[in-house]
Structure formats: structure tokens, C-alpha cells
Design a binder for this molecule. Structure first.
Ligand SMILES: *[C@@H]1O[C@H](CO)[C@@H](O)[C@H](O)[C@H]1NC(C)=O
Ligand SMILES: *[C@@H]1O[C@H](CO)[C@@H](O)[C@H](O)[C@H]1NC(C)=O
Ligand SMILES: *[C@@H]1O[C@H](CO)[C@@H](O)[C@H](O)[C@H]1NC(C)=O
Ligand SMILES: *[C@@H]1O[C@H](CO)[C@@H](O)[C@H](O)[C@H]1NC(C)=O
Ligand SMILES: *[C@@H]1O[C@H](CO)[C@@H](O)[C@H](O)[C@H]1NC(C)=O
Ligand SMILES: *[C@@H]1O[C@H](CO)[C@@H](O)[C@H](O)[C@H]1NC(C)=O
Length: 802
């Protein structure tokens, strides 16, 4: 969300402190005013005259109600509904509504639409998304969304939250340095699509079968090709992402398409950056053309916070602010996070740069979304989710799901025989060392947007603060925390040393740490990063462990007598080659930013009460990769002429520290092919060009290329002694035409298997859809020739011919 470049950090902080002081003064005098009822329109009980207004009449269809509402408004009133802090029209019983709420991995206070108070002091905080994605469990994605929307509705009912959530973030994690990679489901378009559509369904789907209604409205962001925040002086407000048509259509766009088409999301957010020279929020092809035209968005398009201001003031894309307002609205923007459209739209209309009909269209999309949410249906406490309240937030079940999600995501990267799991009865003394051993907020990941927001929108800050309690400015949003140390200490006796004063680890306490490890039966080192290393507005330059962390780990490992378990808490991958090859380091776990219950989940895995099943959703590169590849090069494909190595497991063939899909279990799983075809023929008409001349591929959209399906039957066996879950990946390596990926994920299925049991798994493959690749011009093609399907170490080749 909104931010400011880090060069301004010092003034930011002083402004923030000043603002905080004012806020405190306000808060203490107004605590009693804290709102406790939901905001809604058409309150016919308090104001019976509203009942005769068409837009308040629930027996009319939603689109008729929207038309009725819009025709009652003046231009000035309509403009109030183009911005996140929407205005009120008291003569029509419409109160102010704040559009900006967020729920990336739990209801959060990033955005002024949501706050915490003594009534609801925190909400369930799930793992940061990159770890949830590592579970590769699509039902988990949806289950989390469902809990989050329940908590959101519960908070809305007591006046603490909105109905419109600008989550999830489904940008492709293209480069390991990206500070916001942690917020995303990783580098693979299929996984990102499954995550996005699953989480959106969980947020939006109602329990009463009303398919057009919304429990809460989700928003897929940041559209599109957005994944540079601030790297070596290049920031997102100025960055022009130069993207080929091919990369656009097979890497950057698929998650957004799936979010709209499969997830039926209610909103898409355009990003700050330019794509091929045009700011995304002013690009009619990307917005009206693709999102609304091709994908048929049922909902609204919102700008990232202050994007229009950015395209005018920072990118100088238009000569006047009126032109910037007009261009954005004409491109397809319906709502502006920020105040720019509020300030400049009227003048733009008066100057003839945009017609009032375009404003009508924009506000109609916004109103239609609120209609679907029941905002115009009177008191929400009398509607489907009206009984939800504070008791439904942070419930025991919800918090258990946060712990379960972390368990399902944690990835075991290395495990020497005899290391993990540790026996809680055999270990009498566990040394817990490292700057992330006893952290709380670090486990939540990126929440910094809050501070930056108040700097950027001080007027909003004052407006909100006069009516809100100071709780809002606490970072204590989770229900509670279990730190790694607390989690481990619940099972065994521990000794603890941070080892460094923070993750930057300027000077490690090597001697004390060695002494502690030498005296213990086993050592757990909890290391990695936090938001001071990778965050919104903060990309990395180094992907090594910060400061003296490596020195500390190596020294501790050398001094230890028992197993040494390295736990890496981070969003992005780390070059931990030194640990991978060090025999004294017997296990490595990656735990992402594991959320409020992270410490409990880590202990569940370390002591074997849960069998690890997470798999890496992104490639872990060596430091040499980032030394050689500019973050600003958007190309996914390698370029042999310049030595550019390409990106992600689909295109990069160089050395990795760990690879996409890596992850061990305490059990062993094997795959056996039972049945799959060797040959698929695409039936062609005589008139088809490929009938008479040589073709390397046929168009996936071709009439003849429909419903060419086959089933792939596999037997998956757990030959270990522990029950556990296992993700079966189906990759396809297509023939090398059209610069296609070396392999790509076609499907995945997570299954649970008791020890010594097996199961039949069927992958349904649609040749034209699943095995197709995107050609140089952005069209989907099925390559003719030999395709190789990979499942684990199993390979099955089959031929597509005409
Ligand atoms: C609501 O609309 C229905 C259908 O047009 C109409 O019959 C009814 O009278 C309206 N209600 C009010 C209060 O105007
Ligand atoms: C406004 O509407 C008029 C009449 O329909 C049309 O000719 C004109 O092109 C429109 N202007 C803009 C900026 O869309
Ligand atoms: C661990 O952190 C908790 C919560 O921040 C704190 O209360 C506790 O004292 C810390 N434990 C140790 C051993 O330092
Ligand atoms: C505070 O809330 C009251 C009642 O909800 C409202 O009338 C008033 O305008 C609000 N003040 C500000 C500054 O928003
Ligand atoms: C490891 O410890 C031994 C003594 O126990 C010492 O000789 C050696 O230098 C140490 N190696 C490292 C890399 O610290
Ligand atoms: C997927 O997640 C759901 C929800 O937590 C869980 O019930 C299920 O067991 C998980 N599936 C597997 C195979 O682990």
C-alpha cells in the first residue's frame, strides 16, 4: 500500500511522532465516543422516509437500485464516491464509508477502515502468505479466507472494520530481493492462481448460497508486473517495467486472470509502476480492455494509494492534474485510494476531459459492490452475518487454524539421519540461540504500511484519530503470540541466548553461544530476517544471512555435541550454502514468517508431533545470482547472448541453493505410474493450415483442440513409519518451441497417507489448456512433439501429434 521512499525516513519518523502526540491528546478526550455499531445506508428504522427510495428497496434488482441511486446524486456528490474515504449524503441516508481495509493474512489495521479497540483487541494472524503457499493445500487457502471473513464481519458489526478488503497480493515473486515477496504465494503462476482464487472464495463466498452476494469483498493486487519496491535507487513510483508480450501472458497476468475468472473477485487494484511506458492506472488496454472486457470483472477497479498523484507528480505522465484524473477514469479506474480524484474530477469534467457518464459508470461499479455486501439493505445485524461479534474473533478454532497453517507450510530442507524429530523425553537440555528465537512481531511479517499511511495521509489520520482509541496504534493485532522459545520450552527444558542484539547481527556473542551449545543435548538456532531487512519499500541487495549470523551459526555448530537445527525465519530465500554443506548442521527448516502461533508450530515439527509437508514456493538462489542480475530486468527467459540467466524454476537452469518444490518429510513417499497415454492426436480439418504444411504447434483455442483430456493414474505410497501429508507435483516439459519454459507446473495434489499405506491419485489433464505454452505474441499454443511429464523422479513421455 501507500508508502514513501526511504530517503525521507528521518522526517517521516519525526512527523509520525508529532502526529502520534496529537493523536494521544485526541484519543484520551474522545475514548468514550468510540463507535460500536456498523456503518450502513438505508436505515429505514430510524428514518422511515428512506423506505420509499428505490435504491433502498430490497425487492428491486441490484442494477436497478444502483441506477436509482446514481440518478439522485449531483456531480459533486458522485465525486465523493470516487475516493476511499467516501463522503456521506445525509439527505439520502448514506453515511461515510471507508473503503480501505486489509486482510492479507488476518484482519489487519493497515488501512483506516479497520482498527482494534478494547472490544476487539486483536484478530487471528495467520502465517505470512509465502508460508501458507508452501502448504500447497488449496483447501487450506480457502479455509483461512473463510475464517478471516468471519472475523471481518464480526468486527464490522461492532463498528471496527469495513466490508472491502484490499487483499490478496498475487504478484509473481520474480526476484528473490523483493521486500514484498513475503506477501505473495511465490514464483509459480499456477500456485499463485490457486492461492488467489482459493483465498478470494474463502473471503467472499456466503453461506446462504446467494452467489451474487458477498460476505466481504476481496481485491487482487497489484495489477500488474509490480515487484520492485526500492532497489539501488529505483523505486516503485518511478519504475517502468519493460515486459514482453510473452512474459506478460504466461507469467504476470495468469494469477490476475484466475482471480477474476475463477475466483470472481470483486475488485482489482492497479499498481504504482508503469508497464511498457504507461502507468497501469491510466492504461485503458490493461484496465477496461483486459480486466473488464476480456475477464469480465464483476466489481470495481481501485488504484493503489495515491497512484494517480504518483502518475501526475512523480511520473509526469500528464501535463495537468485534471488530465491525470480524466485519463485514469477513462482507462477504467472506479475508485481512487487517496484524494486525487476528489480534488480534480470536477474540474476535469468542466474542462470536457471526461464526461459525467464516465463518472456514473465508475460510481455505479462502486455502489454495485456495496449493494452485494448488503450495505444498502438496512441494519446488517438483522442480516445473515448479523449475529457475529467479538466472540467470533480469535476463537480457539480460528487460532488453531493459524497454528495448523504454519505447520502445513514449514519446509524441512535438510535432515541428516538421527537429527529431527527430536525426542521430547530424551532431550533434557535444549539450547535455543539466535535473534529470532523469542520474537513476536517478526512472525507477522510486513505490516509497515500503517506507519507510512499516516505520513502520507495526515488529514485522514486526524480525522480518524479524534474518534478512535489509541489502541489502533499498537501493533498488537494478533490474538496472542507464541514465540519459538515459548513453543520449544513448552516441551523441554531450554537455555536461551539471542546471540546477536538483532537480526542485523553486528557483533555475535560467539563464545557464550558456543558454551551454551556445548552444554546442551541439542541446539536450535533461530536466525534469518525481519522487516528491517525485507519489507514494503525495502528490497534486499544481499541474500546472505545478515551481519555475523553465519559466523555465529558455524561457531555454534562446531561447538555443539548434539544435533544442530538451523531455523530460518524469512520471507525471501537465503543463500545458506554454507549450512547446507556443513555436516555439523544436521537440519535446516524454513519457517517463513509463521504468524501468531509460529513458535508452537515450529515446536510441533521439531518434536515430531507433526510430520513436515511444506514445499518451497520459490527458488533459493546463490548470492552470485543477485550480484549478476539487475533486479530491474523483468525478463523471465534467459538470454544466452548477454549471459542473462532467466528467472524462476521455469526458466533458470543455473545453480540453486534450494529449488522450487523442495521439502522433506519424516517419511518417504514413492510414486508409481499406473496408467497414462503415450500419444494424443489433435484431430484437424483438411482446411487447417497444419494439415498441409509443417507446424510446430497448434493454437490452444482452436476448435479442434477442445476437450482433449486424459487421466494420469498414479499410486503414491508412504513407506515411512510416520503418517503425513505429501504434495504430488505434476510438471510438464514441453518440446522446445516458442522459447517455452524448461518445465512448468501442470497440477498439484496434497494428500494425507498413514504410515505404510498407499493411495491412487488421478490427475486430469486437459491437453490444450494445461500443456499449452504462450508463444512470442501472447497466444496459447500446444507444441507438437514429445512432452515429458514429471512426478517426483518419475518421468513419462508422450507425444502430441496431428
Ligand atoms: C419496492 O419495490 C417493489 C417492486 O417494484 C414495489 O412493489 C414496492 O412497492 C416497493 N416498496 C416501496 C416501499 O416502495
Ligand atoms: C463526451 O460525450 C460526447 C457526446 O456523447 C462525446 O462526443 C465526447 O467524445 C465525450 N467526451 C469524452 C472526453 O469522452
Ligand atoms: C521472551 O519474550 C517474552 C515476550 O516478549 C518475554 O516476556 C520473555 O521475557 C522473553 N524470554 C526470555 C527468556 O528472554
Ligand atoms: C466523530 O464521530 C461523531 C459521531 O459518530 C461524528 O458526528 C463526528 O463527525 C466524528 N468526528 C470526526 C472528526 O470525524
Ligand atoms: C571447531 O572446533 C575445533 C575444536 O573443537 C577447532 O579446532 C576448530 O578450529 C573449529 N572450527 C571452526 C570452523 O570454528
Ligand atoms: C489441507 O488443509 C485442511 C485445512 O486445514 C486440512 O483439513 C487437510 O488435512 C489438509 N490436507 C492435507 C492433505 O494435509
Amino acid at each position: 500500500m501507500a508508502s514513501i521512499s526511504s530517503q525521507n525516513r528521518v522526517p517521516e519518523v519525526s512527523v509520525f511522532l508529532f502526529v502520534c502526540l496529537i493523536c494521544l491528546l485526541f484519543s484520551f478526550s474522545h475514548v468514550v465516543l468510540a463507535q460500536s455499531s456498523p456503518v450502513f445506508a438505508c436505515d429505514v428504522v430510524s428514518n422511515p422516509s428512506l423506505a420509499s427510495l428505490g435504491f433502498c428497496n430490497t425487492s428491486l434488482g441490484a442494477s436497478d437500485r444502483v441506477v436509482d441511486l446514481v440518478k439522485r446524486l449531483t456531480l459533486q456528490e458522485k465525486i465523493l464516491f470516487l475516493v476511499n474515504n467516501a463522503g456521506s449524503v445525509s439527505r439520502l441516508g448514506i453515511p461515510k464509508y471507508e473503503w480501505w481495509s486489509e486482510a492479507l493474512h488476518g484482519v489487519s489495521y493497515v488501512g483506516p477502515g479497520t482498527r482494534f479497540s478494547s472490544v476487539v483487541a486483536g484478530a487471528t494472524s495467520f502465517p505470512q502468505v509465502i508460508l501458507t503457499a508452501a502448504s500447497f493445500n488449496t483447501s487450506l487457502f480457502e479455509a483461512i479466507g473463510k475464517v478471516v471473513s468471519t472475523e471481518a464481519r464480526a468486527m464490522y458489526n461492532v463498528g471496527l472494520a469495513g466490508l472491502t478488503y484490499w487483499s490478496p497480493n498475487i504478484n509473481i515473486f520474480r526476484d528473490p530481493r523483493w521486500g514484498r515477496g513475503q506477501e505473495t504465494p511465490g514464483e509459480d503462476p499456477l500456485l499463485s492462481s490457486k492461492y488467489g482464487s482459493g483465498y478470494v472464495r474463502g473471503l467472499q463466498q456466503r453461506d446462504d448460497g446467494n452467489a451474487d452476494g458477498l460476505k466481504v469483498a476481496a481485491c487482487c493486487k497489484h495489477y500488474t508486473a509490480y515487484d520492485v519496491d526500492n532497489w539501488k535507487g529505483v523505486d516503485r513510483y518511478h519504475f517502468n517495467a519493460v515486459v514482453t508480450k510473452q512474459d506478460m501472458d504466461d507469467t504476470f497476468q495468469p494469477p490476475f486472470k484466475s482471480c477474476v475468472v475463477d475466483g470472481n473477485v470483486a475488485s482489482v487494484m492497479c499498481s504504482y509502476n508503469k508497464v511498457n511506458g504507461i502507468p497501469t492506472c491510466a492504461d485503458p488496454d490493461l484496465l477496461s480492455g483486459v480486466i473488464r472486457g476480456e475477464w469480465k470483472l464483476n466489481g470495481y477497479i481501485v488504484t493503489d494509494c495515491d497512484s494517480i498523484d504518483v502518475l501526475y507528480n512523480s511520473q509526469h505522465y500528464t501535463k495537468t492534474p485534471e488530465e491525470a484524473a480524466a485519463k485514469s477514469i477513462l482507462a477504467g479506474v472506479d475508485l481512487n485510494c487517496g484524494s486525487f480524484l476528489g480534488q480534480h474530477t470536477e474540474a476535469a469534467v468542466k474542462a470536457g476531459l471526461v464526461n459525467e457518464s464516465a463518472i456514473d459508470k465508475a460510481v455505479s461499479n462502486n455502489f454495485a459492490t456495496l449493494m452485494r455486501l448488503g450495505f444498502f439493505d438496512g441494519d446488517p445485524r438483522k442480516q445473515l452475518y448479523g449475529k457475529l461479534g467479538p466472540k467470533d474473533v480469535c476463537s480457539a478454532e480460528n487460532q488453531e487454524l493459524a497454528r495448523e497453517a504454519a505447520r502445513q507450510g514449514i519446509v524441512l530442507l535438510k535432515n541428516t539421519a538421527g537429527s529431527l524429530p527430536l525426542s521430547p523425553t530424551a532431550i533434557k537440555n535444549l539450547a535455543v540461540i539466535g535473534p529470532n528465537s523469542n520474537v513476536t512481531k517478526t512472525m507477522i511479517g510486513n505490516y509497515e504500511g500503517k506507519l507510512l499511511y499516516f505520513i502520507r495521509f495526515p488529514s485522514d489520520y486526524f480525522r480518524c484519530s479524534s474518534n478512535q482509541s489509541v489502541k489502533r496504534y499498537d501493533s498488537g493485532t494478533p490474538c496472542k503470540y507464541t514465540t519459538p522459545l515459548q513453543g520449544l520450552a513448552a516441551s523441554v527444558a531450554t537455555t536461551y541466548l539471542p546471540g546477536c542484539s538483532n537480526v542485523a547481527c553486528g557483533t555475535a556473542q560467539v563464545a557464550d553461544a558456543q558454551k551454551m551449545a556445548a552444554a546442551a543435548d541439542a541446539t536450535v538456532l533461530v536466525m534469518g530476517a525481519d522487516q528491517s531487512i525485507e519489507a514494503e519499500s525495502r528490497d534486499r541487495v544481499s541474500i546472505l544471512l545478515p551481519g555475523q549470523q553465519q559466523l555465529l551459526i558455524t561457531a555454534v555448530a562446531n561447538a555443539s555435541t548434539g544435533p544442530v537445527i538451523l531455523v530460518i525465519m524469512s520471507g525471501g530465500g537465503m543463500d545458506v550454502s554454507f549450512a547446507k554443506t556443513n555436516d555439523k548442521i544436521t537440519s535446516i527448516l524454513w519457517v517463513g514468517y509463521p504468524g501468531e502461533a509460529g513458535g508452537a508450530a515450529i515446536a510441533d515439527i521439531i518434536f515430531g508431533s507433526y510430520n513436515p509437508s511444506g514445499r518451497l514456493p520459490m527458488t533459493w538462489y546463490p548470492q552470485s545470482y543477485v550480484d549478476n542480475v539487475p533486479m530491474t530486468n523483468m525478463n523471465m527467459r534467459p538470454d544466452p547472448s548477454s549471459g542473462y540467466p532467466g528467472r524462476t524454476y521455469r526458466f533458470y537452469t543455473g545453480e540453486t541453493v534450494y529449488s522450487f518444490g523442495d521439502g522433506l518429510s519424516y517419511s518417504q513417499f514413492s510414486h508409481k505410474l499406473i496408467q497414462a497415454p503415450r500419444l494424443v492426436s489433435v484431430p484437424l480439418e483438411e482446411s487447417h493450415v497444419c494439415y498441409s504444411s509443417e507446424c510446430k504447434s497448434v493454437a490452444a483455442s482452436d476448435q479442434t483442440c477442445q476437450n482433449l483430456n486424459f487421466d494420469m493414474h498414479l499410486r503414491i505410497k508412504n513407506s515411512g513409519t510416520m503418517s503425513g501429508s505429501h504434495t504430488v507435483f505434476l510438471f510438464s516439459a514441453p518440446p522446445s518451441v516458442h522459447n517455452s519454459p524448461q518445465k512448468h507446473l501442470v497440477g498439484f495434489e496434497k494428500i494425507f497417507l498413514h504410515a505404510q499405506t498407499d493411495r491412487h491419485v488421478i490427475f486430469k489433464v486437459d491437453v490444450c489448456k494445461d500443456l499449452s505454452v504462450v508463444d512470442e505474441l501472447g497466444s496459447r499454443k500446444v507444441a507438437l512433439g514429445k512432452h515429458v511429464l514429471h512426478i517426483g523422479s518419475l518421468k513419462h513421455s508422450f507425444t502430441v501429434r496431428i
